[in-house]
Design a protein around this ligand. Structure first.
Ligand code: MG
Length: 248
């Protein structure tokens, strides 16, 4: 069942979303060669708690950290640790925040120093595919219009979309109905309505779409070990169109 949010609930989600956005902005500032992902995680947790919120990922299905930190061929759900970032790496950081019972969820991929032209293009195409998806979100449209917008933009740019992990509804739970795939034909699925809030999150691989999970049971990597990027916003649908909640 898709839970429609009232204007008051959307305001609560704006507040949570703003904290997630502030954390990502700080992560962007901190990302550089030599820093560990554990240091990024620690700072993220501090910022979230200072804002009066809670890190939504910490303890979620026993996940041990406040952010997911996924480097290079890691797609999502990387566990922060003592690995140091290196010049030329790309790192996807995903952050979830709970404030007064409402969630915000956002992710972005950052360059560590100078990166390859391929890595830079992957980041840019993935970022833009998220905005193409948001543009496709309108009252009276269908859920899979969003999915199709991601897939067609990514395919046009000769990258591939991860199929095993998808976006989701969000609100009083981090993962609510509906699932929001990043692929598929348009014009299918639920009719989009005012008050729906979705976490839209394209995961894009430079090689094939297939992924696998590492023995740590969390880290998702590309099967061919090609690079992967990830961007996510929590987006509310209003009468006049989509509103990104995970912004400053
Ligand atoms: Mg999410």
């Amino acid at each position: 069942m898709i839970r429609i949010k009232s204007p008051g609930e959307i305001e609560a989600m704006r507040r949570a979303g703003r904290i997630a956005a502030a954390v990502l902005q700080e992560m962007k500032q901190m990302v550089r060669a030599g820093i560990t992902t554990a240091a990024l995680d620690k700072k993220a947790e501090q910022l979230i708690r200072k804002a009066g919120a809670e890190p939504a990922f910490l303890g979620y299905h026993n996940f041990p950290a406040s952010i997911c930190a996924s480097i290079n061929e890691e797609v999502v759900h990387g566990i922060p640790g003592l690995r140091k970032l290196k010049e030329g790496d790309i790192i996807s950081i995903d952050v979830g925040v709970r404030l007064h019972g409402y969630y915000g969820d956002a992710a972005a991929t950052f360059a560590v120093g100078e990166i390859s032209p391929l890595a830079a293009r992957l980041i840019e195409v993935t970022r833009q595919s998220l905005y193409e998806a948001i543009k496709a979100m309108r009252v009276g449209g269908r859920l899979s219009d969003i999915s199709h917008a991601v897939e067609s933009y990514v395919t046009l740019n000769r990258f591939s979309v991860v199929r095993d992990y998808v976006g989701h509804g969000i609100g009083i739970e981090m993962h609510e109905d509906p699932q929001v795939p990043n692929f598929g034909p348009p014009g299918r699925g639920p009719v989009l309505q005012k008050g729906m809030v979705l976490a839209i999150e394209p995961m894009v691989n430079a090689g094939g779409w297939e992924v696998e999970v590492l023995p740590d049971q969390w880290t998702v990597v590309t099967k061919d070990r090609s690079l992967s990027a990830h961007f996510e916003h929590t987006v509310a649908l209003g009468e006049d169109g989509p509103e990104i909640l995970t912004v400053l």
